[in-house]
Design a protein around this ligand. Structure first.
Ligand code: HEC
Ligand code: HEC
Length: 469
């Protein structure tokens, strides 16, 4: 195949180079007083695209979370993120799966909490820039997402009443909490505030899986709506139903505040200033040393990414994602169902969510942040099974394995899959744009080199790892 020839450019002439129509290899006239010529290793079209993919914009503030950018909330959120006291047996925290020393992932194909999950742990890089959360987008804010793992019977397997008690019973957490959100209710009153209580959602996938595990292990009469037939009420639900509405709201309010503090912490998990960003800055500033920070292989990979390989049609913008959902036909792995309904079920769950951006627990229920949920497609429309969120590719070199089910161990495997489409699931609504690509091994290595150029310096663990207590 033909390759774009690098353009020899005089300093000061980038804009002329771009304006001259994007002919690969075109040499633009030097602007007056410009320094020595240097090489822009990509075509004008690729340079145009690259300029739109860097830098990462400032972290957006979430108006539905009033403590989103409060440093005290971030400090409390940090303690909560690392605390195992918000789990059934006191041994799972967010950091069990989102390991700070491991780039906030666990390295596993499928996640393992109190029980095994059927999805792969997601990267948290630049998570506050996301629009929908989880692989299937079933949460519409970072704070409401953060509540899900805590009550998920496969992850923390805990209850919101348990969360209130855990904070109440821990001097440091309680101090941090009350300084921000005011005094806790009289949780020592066990008659009003049971140790474990929560509403248990009906038809929830995680609960179905927990039931299956309970049935298989024949011990746990604990998770099992189905084990006991339709008249069965979960003990957590029974304890919840016995509480007054005001006390239920007090406990849910604490739970929601915990989610908001966790979100304030996670806003800081950012990946910026990658070699690719230096390169784009170099283009803008016509600084040849910065331009040279993108290796020749990565520059060729960039040319393919935005061109022939068409990755950019889904992985565009400074986060390298369209923030939308697509079926890429990822092959099956053991432990995860082939027909994961993905976004189609995610939408149903989102609509039923108690904690949406338009709910009474949001700090801006009438605001513009809610517009995205006002126009969701109606049930049964708009999304087929197998659609998952396009992941951001920032920091991607640090978050193997890949895809919603961890199907691929390396970036080489991911790229090989896009190129050959070998093993691609063909049922469902696989995107028509995903056809085999005419890219040889060298091209594939170039794409991988480009993906590597999207990872910035390692995180500042002094701010993000477990706090000293
Ligand atoms: C048992 C492992 C595990 C634990 C514990 C866990 N997570 Fe996750 N996390 C996952 C998995 C798996 C996903 C994807 C789940 C899905 O899409 O269904 C995920 C997704 C996420 C996402 C979505 C990112 C995005 O781009 O949409 C965020 C944010 C997150 N987790 C934060 C947390 C927080 C906060 C906690 C603690 C309250 C936590 N996680 C606890 C495994 C875990
Ligand atoms: C039709 C939209 C689309 C196109 C085109 C596309 N991707 Fe993706 N990409 C996705 C989606 C959706 C996922 C997640 C799929 C899943 O988990 O099932 C994904 C996942 C990935 C991942 C894994 C990231 C992670 O954290 O797990 C990488 C790497 C990736 N794509 C790179 C590329 C490259 C390189 C190209 C071009 C050759 C490309 N993509 C083309 C939509 C697309």
């Amino acid at each position: 195949m033909t390759r774009a020839r690098p353009a020899a450019l005089a300093l000061g002439s980038l804009w002329a180079f771009l304006a001259c129509g994007g002919e690969p290899g075109a040499v633009a006239p030097a602007s007056s007083g410009a320094g020595p010529a240097y090489e822009v290793p990509i075509s004008a079209a690729a340079a145009q695209a690259a300029l739109r993919m860097s830098p990462v914009p400032p972290t957006p503030v979430d108006p539905t979370n009033r403590v989103d950018s409060d440093p005290r909330a971030a400090a409390l959120g940090r303690a909560l993120f690392h605390s195992t006291s918000l789990s059934k047996d006191g041994d799972v925290s967010c950091a069990t799966c989102h390991v700070p020393e491991g780039s906030f992932v666990d390295g596993r194909r499928l996640a393992l909490g109190v029980l095994p999950l059927e999805r792969h742990t997601m990267s948290l890089w630049n998570v506050a820039h996301q629009r929908w959360f989880f692989w299937d987008g079933r949460a519409d804010s970072l704070w409401s997402l953060s509540l899900v793992p805590i009550e998920d019977p496969l992850e923390h397997a805990f209850t919101r009443a348990g969360v209130a008690h855990a904070i109440h019973g821990d001097a440091a957490l309680r101090r941090g909490y009350e300084r921000l959100f005011g005094a806790l209710p009289p949780l020592e009153d066990g008659a009003r505030f049971p140790a474990a209580a929560r509403p248990v959602p009906a038809n929830d996938r995680a609960h179905q899986l927990a039931d299956e595990h309970a049935r298989a292990s024949r011990q746990g009469a604990e998770h099992h709506t189905h084990l006991f037939g339709s008249g069965f009420r979960h003990p957590h639900q029974r304890a919840w139903d016995a509480m007054s509405t005001a006390d239920q709201d007090a406990v849910t309010g604490i739970f929601v505040n915990v989610g908001k503090a966790l979100a304030a912490f996670q806003r800081q998990i950012e990946s910026r200033d990658a070699p690719f960003d230096a390169f784009v800055e170099g283009l803008r500033e016509e600084d040849s040393a910065k331009v040279a920070q993108l290796s020749p292989a990565a520059a060729r990979g960039l040319e393919l990414f935005v061109g022939e390989a068409r990755c950019i049609s889904c992985h565009g913008g400074p986060l390298f994602t369209d923030l939308e959902f697509h079926d890429t036909g990822v092959p099956e792995v053991q432990g995860a169902p082939l027909e994961d309904p993905g976004r189609s079920r995610g939408l149903e769950t989102l609509r039923a969510s108690e904690f949406g951006v338009r709910s009474r627990w949001s700090d801006d229920p009438e605001g513009a942040a809610g517009v995205k949920v006002d126009f969701l497609p109606a049930a049964g429309h708009g999304h087929g099974p197998g659609e998952f969120k396009t992941p951001s590719l920032r920091g991607v070199a640090t978050t193997a394995p890949y895809m919603h089910n961890g199907a691929f161990k390396t970036l080489e495997e991911v790229v090989e899959f896009y190129v050959s489409r070998r093993g691609a699931r063909t049922t469902g609504t696989t995107e028509k744009i995903l056809v085999p690509l005419d890219l040889d091994e060298g091209d594939q290595a170039d794409l991988v080199a480009f993906l590597h150029s999207l990872t910035g310096p390692p995180p500042d663990l002094a701010r993000l790892a477990a706090p000293d207590r």
